[in-house]
Design a protein around this ligand. Structure first.
Ligand code: NAD
Ligand code: TDX
Length: 335
């Protein structure tokens, strides 16, 4: 395990990055610096209770080279989570996605190139576009890139930058592309927490279009253990797909949430579909499992979902202030 190393975690105050910071503190001796701009998606609360002698927060923008370069110099590795992450927002205004996901990644790559620092880039399965519902194949590391949305195109571009910096400049980098995450601290703009909080508020879950779209769900804790494994044992220049065999249609997920929360499983509504809505994502994580011996711990999606429902029921004080504005933005688009 990592001993006496200093790790810079960008986006460490977000949903998945904050889980990784807790994971690092529990499972390694590393000291951690979080670099986070604290956008609408961040929460300081997700970092509460961590040991002050091991974790510090630097509030700043990954696009700012004058901040990033000296900070990168003081660390042994950078794990890069910071991003604009929501597809629907990228359809309303792509501009921050280009800034943060492309220019921000470029800025970090230049800093690690100059400093000779190890880099892990956290990306998404959405770079591979979508699959037909009945396609027997899943995404692998060899699937061609065909991103659909401004969000996924910006993540695809950032992946290409990382590969180019590895090949052209010898940057010591790895990449992971993970499937859809769920768990505590996910912003209520996202599918699962939006529907849980709608049910808490006595309203009906809202399915885009038919609800037949399939996502491949993984608990954030499993994503974190996979990223740590790649950071410790991954081969430089390689890409690893992360997934937990969690394919479910949106309709199935909504029915599960309603049932877990004691409501009629059919008490949902259909709303305006997302423009360019990807039909299905599915990950084959065979390389990560075979080469690095990783296995997910949350095999039972329904049990993980039940824990997540309980977490949102118990942490209303955290999400309540975000709810009104989030729903107003959706309502303006008939969603
Ligand atoms: P999130 O939106 O919850 O968190 C993103 C964090 O990045 C926030 O804390 C935000 O303040 C910070 N940030 C944004 N712009 C910044 C900037 N310019 N400078 C510094 N910090 C900035 O996102 P998430 O869902 O936790 O996703 C984290 C990463 O994982 C992203 O790179 C995303 O593409 C990737 N990913 C997410 C999923 C998923 O299901 N959510 C799946 C696969 C990959
Ligand atoms: O209210 C909703 N109703 C609905 O049917 C919302 C918010 C979403 N949906 C659908 C759209 C998708 O098919 O649910 C599915 C999941 O939607 P999101 O939570 O917005 O996730 P997705 O677009 O699949 O992207 C997520 O996984 C990959 C993350 O947000 C990305 O950051 C990650 O890269």
């Amino acid at each position: 395990t990592l001993t006496d190393v200093r790790i810079l975690v960008t986006g460490g105050a977000g949903f998945i990055g904050s889980n990784f910071v807790h994971h690092l503190v529990r499972h390694t001796d590393a000291s951690v610096t979080v670099l986070d701009k604290l956008t609408y998606a961040a929460s300081r609360e997700a970092l509460a209770g961590l040991p002050e002698d091991r974790v510090q927060l630097v509030v700043g923008d990954i696009v700012d080279a004058t901040l990033v370069e000296p900070l990168v110099n003081q660390h042994d590795a950078v794990v890069h989570y910071a991003a604009e992450s929501h597809n629907d927002n990228s359809l309303n205004d792509p501009s921050p996605f280009i800034q943060t996901n492309l220019i921000g990644t470029f800025t970090l790559l230049e800093a690690v190139r100059k400093a000779g620092v190890r880099f892990h880039h956290v990306s998404t399965d959405e770079v591979y576009g979508d699959l037909e519902l009945d396609d027997p194949k899943r995404f692998t590391e060899d699937t061609p890139y065909t991103p659909s949305s401004p969000y996924s195109a910006s993540k695809a571009g950032s992946d290409h930058l990382v590969r180019a910096w590895v090949r052209s400049f010898g940057v010591q980098a790895t990449i992971s592309n993970c499937s859809n995450n769920y768990g505590p601290w996910q912003h209520i703009e996202k599918f699962i927490p939006r529907q849980i909080t709608e049910v808490i508020d006595g309203r009906r879950p809202k399915l885009y279009g038919s609800g037949e779209n399939v996502r491949d769900w993984i608990h954030t804790e499993d994503h974190s253990s996979a990223v740590l494994r790649i950071l410790e044992q991954g081969r430089i220049g390689e890409t690893y797909l992360i997934g937990a065999d969690g394919e479910k249609s949106n309709l199935e997920v909504v029915r599960m949430i309603l049932t877990l929360m004691g409501r009629d499983a059919d008490d949902f509504e259909h709303v305006t579909d997302r423009a360019g809505h990807d039909l299905r994502y599915a990950i084959d994580s065979g390389k990560l499992r075979t080469e690095l011996g990783w296995t997910p711990q949350y095999g039972d999606f329904e049990a993980g979902l039940a824990q997540t429902v309980a977490w949102y029921q118990q942490n209303e004080a955290w999400w309540r202030p975000k709810k009104g504005a989030t729903e107003a933005a959706y309502a303006a688009k008939g969603q």
